[in-house]
Write a protein that binds this ligand. Structure first.
Ligand code: LER
Ligand code: MN
Length: 267
C-alpha cells in the first residue's frame, strides 16, 4: 500500500488539510514518517513553480499522486455549476491550467468542491448539465496525455451534487470519457454510502484516487471505521494507487500524520 498525505502549497482555510506553511520542511517531515507521497492542494498552478516543487519532492524520495483543486472554490468561489457563465468558464480554465502541472508530476487532478453547489433559483438538473459539460471540456484538454480526473462524491453538508458512488457512476456514463473516474473518501462514504465495501466494489477500476480519514475526520485509527475491511476491499478491486490521508490536524498535524502512517502500515 502506497501512502500519501495532503499538503497545501499555500496557507489554506480548509480544515482537513493537516499541513500548511513551509513546504520544504513539511515534505521532509512527511518523508521521515514513512510516507511514499504528498498529495498537493494547489489553488492556482500559476502560483507554483512546477520544476522546483518536483525537485523538492524527489529529493525526499516522494512522488505527487494527486492534486487537489478545491481551494479555487473555497477562496475564490470558482464553480462548474455557477449560474454565471463567466464563473463557470473561469472554473473550467483553472482546472485546465492544472493539466501541464499534473502531466509534469504524473498526478491525478481532483474535482471536489470545484463542482460547487446549485445556486438559488437553478434546478438540480441544470447544475448536472453544467457539471457534465465542464468535465467534458476539462477531459478534452487532457486528451492525448496521461492526465486523469477524479471526481469526489461528497457528503450532503458540503454540496447537493454527487454524494455517492452510484451518483458518480451515473455521472461517468453521462460524461463518457475514459480519463474521468472517481476519488473515494472514507469520511464522505461513512456518511453517504449504504455499504462502504459494496460501493468500493461497484466503483472497481473507476477508482482513480482514495482519501482516508476516520469517522470523526481524525487520522485513521482515531474513530470507528473498519479500515482492515475497507482496504481489503480496495485491494480486491485491483487498485494500486495511493491511499491518501486527508484528516484534521488533531491533536496536531505531526501526531495525526505519524499515527495515521503507523496505524495503516500495521494493517
Ligand atoms: C476534499 O477532498 C474533501 O474531502 C472535501 O470534504 C473538501 O471540503
Ligand atoms: Mn476528500
Amino acid at each position: 500500500m502506497k501512502l500519501s498525505v495532503v499538503l497545501s502549497t499555500h496557507a489554506a482555510a480548509f480544515q482537513a488539510v493537516a499541513f500548511k506553511g513551509d513546504f520544504e520542511a513539511n515534505v521532509a517531515k512527511i518523508a521521515s514518517w514513512g510516507y511514499d507521497g504528498v498529495e498537493l492542494a494547489v489553488r492556482d498552478p500559476a502560483m507554483v513553480n512546477a520544476g522546483q516543487l518536483k525537485r523538492v519532492v524527489a529529493e525526499h524520495d516522494l512522488v505527487v499522486p494527486a492534486i487537489g483543486t478545491g481551494q479555487a472554490w473555497g477562496e475564490e468561489g470558482l464553480s462548474f455549476t455557477s449560474d454565471d457563465p463567466e464563473v463557470r468558464d473561469a472554473a473550467i480554465n483553472r482546472i485546465a491550467s492544472h493539466v501541464p502541472l499534473a502531466a509534469h508530476l504524473d498526478a491525478v487532478i481532483i474535482l471536489g468542491l470545484i463542482r460547487g453547489v446549485t445556486p438559488e433559483g437553478q434546478t438540480h438538473e441544470q447544475s448536472m448539465e453544467y457539471l457534465v459539460e465542464a468535465i467534458q471540456r476539462c477531459a478534452e484538454v487532457a486528451d492525448g496525455s496521461r492526465v486523469r480526473f477524479a471526481l469526489e462524491p461528497m457528503n450532503r453538508y458540503e454540496t447537493d451534487l454527487i454524494h455517492t458512488v452510484e451518483d458518480g457512476l451515473e455521472l461517468i456514463e453521462r460524461v463518457g470519457k475514459d480519463n474521468f473516474g472517481l476519488l473515494l473518501d472514507t469520511f464522505h462514504m461513512n456518511i453517504e454510502e449504504p455499504d462502504i465495501e459494496y460501493s468500493i466494489q461497484m466503483c472497481g477500476d473507476r477508482i482513480f484516487h482514495f482519501h482516508v480519514a476516520d469517522s470523526n475526520r481524525w487520522y485513521p485509527g482515531a474513530g470507528h471505521l473498519d479500515f482492515m475491511s475497507i482496504l481489503d476491499e480496495l485491494a480486491s478491486t485491483g487498485y494500486r494507487g495511493f491511499v491518501s490521508g486527508e484528516f484534521m490536524p488533531m491533536p496536531d498535524a505531526d501526531t495525526a500524520a505519524k499515527n495515521a502512517a503507523s496505524f495503516l502500515r500495521a494493517l
